[in-house]
Design a protein around this ligand. Structure first.
Ligand code: MG
Length: 479
């Protein structure tokens, strides 16, 4: 009992300290005296919902991410816009559903499209306020010079233009040599396995160096690790460290990277003016078995619009602004980061429509805050497959691939195509999307169907043949 009283007093004291030390929200409206907040986004590739300790991993140790969550907020229902690389990244960087801006799938070396000059990226958004901006890692919004980060609002860029499996050693298809790019110049025309082993460390060092060099002005860093996308690589220092094989080693090195970034911010005394966001671009690539992650208890993984494909681990951290140990169970998504950064920096949103909404009330754990969206919409390519509103998720009839024989050792396994009929799932009671309750809730089915119909008019749907009135074109290679 005494122990309980002592713990309670300690908790109350901690909360009072936090409330006293909480700073006013940095100036969305340019109030004098408030520094503009720094923004750091750490985006991993194909990391599953359950591949972080505080999201359920048992064999993979992620002490830095777990600490980040205990000092910040963990989102249990955080979504990407599509369960595949380029489309997901397009949404994060523009606040738009990828269908709106024409970036779908995973752009490869033969692609001639990329982000359109007229789209405003996060880099261009904060440039209005004089931020220093950088991308370190995987871009994947077009690899021709006109599409690369230096032409889209980022002062610095170092990394891969597309996925790390788009290289000659791919197990099932041959690609041209994979280049490494610095700025707009190819600095290594043929990335090798030895180069890939060093990537996580190299990108982390670049991000830390950028933060140090720009500590006296506002900055935005987008650290987009190519890992844990196959083929998996880890530096010698992390090889064999985890209890979950190479995949676990890779995640533990990413966790180290997160620790380096947060430690740098603390050391430079920037932690109280920096929002750090950690999340993944889509669910785990289950076809690769022991080289893919886990989305448990969610259904399926990457390339599907089931929860395992689109729901990702997400942690946000900003001491003094986000209460420690908070948990957000409201739906939120990567499309919401762009307008939230606009609000925090006072930057003006683009004139053309975007889809995301400001989720600062959720991030800062304001009591009673709810999702600003009536629904989120999940496309696979141009097909609208599912819609989530509140506790409900409605799948329209669609095909999907399920893994019937997982691969191993870096080789993919075997998949079968299945069909799901119109299905309503109650995510509050059935997060694994196992039981179709559509016939018990016809009004919910009607409401979500109407929401979907409005979205089809706006962004189209290949399943119904609708084109979408609000669709814009991607950038195309200048001839
Ligand atoms: Mg990915």
């Amino acid at each position: 009992m005494k122990r309980c009283v002592a713990l309670s007093l300690a908790f109350v004291a901690a909360m009072l300290f936090w409330l006293r030390s909480a700073q006013p929200l940095p100036a969305a409206d340019g109030q004098p005296g408030n520094p503009l907040p720094n923004i750091v986004i750490i985006f991993t590739d194909d990391q599953g919902y359950a591949d972080v300790g505080c999201f359920g991993a048992t064999k993979i140790k992620t002490p830095n991410l777990d600490r980040m969550a205990s000092e910040g907020i963990r989102f249990t229902d955080f979504y990407v816009a599509q369960p595949v690389c380029s489309a997901s990244r397009a949404a994060l960087l523009t606040g738009c559903y990828p269908n709106r801006i024409g970036i779908l799938g995973a752009l490869g070396p033969a692609s001639n499209i990329g982000i359109h000059d007229d789209e405003m990226t996060l880099g261009e958004l904060v440039k209005q306020k004089g931020y220093a901006t950088a991308v370190f890692g995987k871009w994947h919004l077009g690899h021709h010079p006109q599409f690369l980060p230096p032409r889209h609002g980022f002062d610095e860029y170092f990394g891969l233009p597309y996925s790390n499996d788009m290289w000659p050693q791919h197990p099932t298809a041959k690609f041209p040599p994979l280049p490494m790019i610095d700025g707009q110049k190819i600095v290594n025309p043929n990335v090798t396995a030895d180069d890939q082993k060093l990537l996580t460390q190299q990108l982390t060092r670049r991000a830390v160096d950028f933060i140090q060099r720009n500590k006296d002005r506002p900055f935005l860093v987008y650290l987009a690790h190519p890992m844990p996308h196959v083929p998996l690589f880890v530096s010698d220092g992390f090889a064999g460290r985890s209890a979950a094989g190479l995949y676990g080693d890779v995640i533990e090195e990413i966790d180290w990277s997160v620790g380096q970034v947060l430690d740098t911010l603390r050391r430079l005394n920037l932690h109280r003016q920096t929002l750090v966001i950690f999340t993944s671009d889509n669910g785990p690539w289950l076809s690769y078995g022991d080289h893919g992650g886990s989305a448990k208890p969610l259904r399926e993984g990457k390339s599907t619009t089931f929860e395992g494909g689109v729901r990702v681990p997400c942690i946000m951290w900003w001491p003094g602004q986000i209460p420690p140990g908070a948990v957000c169970r409201q739906p939120a998504a990567t499309i919401d980061i762009f307008p939230t950064v606009a609000r925090l920096t006072g930057a003006k949103l683009p004139d053309c429509p975007i889809d995301g909404k400001d989720i600062w009330p959720l991030i800062s754990a304001q009591p009673g805050a709810t999702s600003p969206h009536e629904a989120y919409f999940f496309y696979w390519g141009r097909e609208l497959q599912a819609v989530r509103s509140g506790r409900w998720k409605l799948h329209f009839p669609h095909k999907y691939n399920t893994i019937v024989e997982p691969g191993s050792g870096g080789r993919p396994g075997k998949a079968q195509t299945r069909q799901i009929e119109l299905s309503l799932f109650d995510l509050e009671n059935d997060v694994g999307e196992t039981t179709n309750v559509a016939e018990h809730h016809p009004q919910v089915v009607d409401r979500l169907t109407q929401l979907a119909q409005r979205m089809r008019q706006e962004l189209g749907d290949s399943a119904t043949g609708q084109q979408g009135e609000g669709v814009r074109q991607p950038g195309r290679l200048a001839q």
